[in-house]
Design a protein around this ligand. Structure first.
Ligand code: COI
Length: 353
């Protein structure tokens, strides 16, 4: 039987006074508490919320060698009346379990995930920045814990949730390189999972792109290097001739929760949406004939990030994010739902009281 009751040990040494809420670096400040659970003998147990801190790991830890590691990113915000709010937390629980399944890791029970997130946010609610667009970023993750260097499915795991107060992730519009050499994901691979290894593999091509003056990579398909998949760590949207286009998430693309929210928001507000494959050639041509109106990425961390330039094989197209209409509408709607400035008719927000 799973022991889902967890013990809460509060810190006696809060670090909150050290945080400058007017100048929060992304991902470098950590709140006072974290949730931890351990998996052994085929079940999760020893669940607890405890003061945030280091834990020790054996040098032969199997996750470090073979990458059995999955994660999530989700946000808690403050409502106008100061109540802490969660946004679609159950979707993050579902997604981490899908990622875990792909990497042969055990599922973490959804009700315990939701309870852990709820209790953690309640305890560390003073760490939630109040400004709209800022948030307490929650990082749930699971790693294998076996002390063994054979390549095999681990028998022991750790599940952790810690929190970082954050400001906006990319505040400026980005310059993309459509990469015709390196890929993020291939059919049959782990592209749909939020697996640590996907991010490790993206670092080298991203470094080369930065050396060429780009901010992020637009990932193309592994076979023909033509079909657009994602951008940086985000899903991607285009507006061409007043239609919003995004590729389908058919195995190689992360099923973004912000992407899904965007599609539902667009539909509810009467936008024309087309979920279909599109190629870099089509986008470059639309950039040149004037039919490409907007390009933007969506993700939990960034929410919405505008694109101002796309480079491909030495050619480039430029866009003017100051003229964008769809992307600011989307960002305003998501941030407004999270702050309760906009009424949540979707049933996405959860008040932590
Ligand atoms: C997110 O958008 O939450 C992500 O996973 C990006 C992260 C790697 C910073």
């Amino acid at each position: 039987m799973i022991d889902t009751s967890f013990k809460i040990t509060k810190t006696e040494n809060s670090k909150i006074s050290e945080l400058d809420f007017n100048n929060i670096p992304f991902g470098r400040a950590f709140s006072d508490h974290m949730f931890v659970a351990d998996y052994k003998d085929g079940q999760w147990g020893d669940m607890r919320i405890e003061p945030f801190g280091n834990f020790s790991i054996h040098p032969a830890n199997i996750a470090w060698h073979y990458g059995q590691s999955v994660f999530e990113g989700m946000k808690a915000t403050k409502a106008i009346d100061g109540t802490p709010m969660l946004f679609r937390p159950e979707q993050h629980s579902i997604r981490i379990n899908k990622s875990a399944e792909r990497l042969c890791m055990p599922a973490f029970p959804e009700d315990t995930f939701l309870e852990a997130v709820y209790e953690l946010v309640k305890l560390d609610q003073d760490w939630i920045p109040k400004d709209e667009g800022s948030a307490l970023y929650l990082r749930p993750y699971m790693i294998a814990m076996d002390e063994f260097i054979g390549v095999q499915v681990a028998k022991t795991y750790k599940f952790i949730i810690f929190c970082c107060p954050v400001g906006p992730y990319y505040s400026n519009a980005v310059k993309l390189k459509a990469d015709d050499k390196f890929i993020r994901a291939a059919e049959g691979g782990t592209g749909e999972a939020k697996a640590a290894g996907n991010y490790a593999g993206s670092l080298y091509p991203a470094k080369l792109a930065k050396e060429e003056g780009f901010d992020q990579i637009m990932w193309l398909d592994a076979k023909d290097h033509k079909k657009i998949q994602e951008v940086g760590t985000m899903n991607i949207f285009f507006v061409i001739n007043d239609t919003i286009i995004t590729p389908p998430t058919s195995g190689t693309i992360l099923k973004g929760i912000t992407r899904d929210s965007a599609l539902q928001i667009f539909e509810a507000n009467g936008y024309k949406v087309d979920i279909r494959d599109l190629t870099i050639d089509e986008v470059m041509a639309a950039g040149k004939d004037g039919s490409l109106q907007e390009v933007f990425g969506t993700g939990t961390a960034a929410v919405v990030a505008n694109v101002k330039e796309i480079g491909y094989k030495g050619d480039s197209i430029t866009l003017n994010p100051d003229n964008y209409k769809v992307s600011p509408f989307l960002k305003d709607t998501i941030n407004g739902l999270r702050s309760t400035r906009i009424e949540d008719t979707y049933g996405w927000t959860v008040r932590v009281v």
